[in-house]
Design a protein around this ligand. Structure first.
Ligand SMILES: [Zn+2]
Length: 84
């Protein structure tokens, strides 16, 4: 199965969760690495390290990329293209 995805720059896994956080939270967590692409797992790990609490208000979940268990394409666009 092929789907459009990006890889996390830290753990190199493909990203299938489409998510976003507010810019100020992103910058606080990522610092000088703010241009990286990171998965949610690595992002939260880094937030923990920096003792930055992520709240529901900071976070948006857009869906996932690929084929779900019912066989329908839930999302096949690159969520990061819309970020700029
Ligand atoms: Zn990662």
């Amino acid at each position: 199965m092929k789907w459009p995805y990006e890889r996390c720059d830290l753990c190199k896994r493909e990203q299938r969760i489409a998510w976003s956080v507010h810019d100020e939270v992103w910058l606080a967590v990522m610092g000088k690495d703010h241009r990286m692409i990171v998965c949610l797992e690595c992002f939260l790990k880094r937030a923990d390290k920096r003792k930055i609490n992520i709240t529901w208000n900071d976070f948006s979940f857009f869906g996932w990329i690929g084929i779900n268990v019912e066989g329908a394409t839930v999302r096949n666009e690159d969520p990061y293209m819309r970020r700029s």
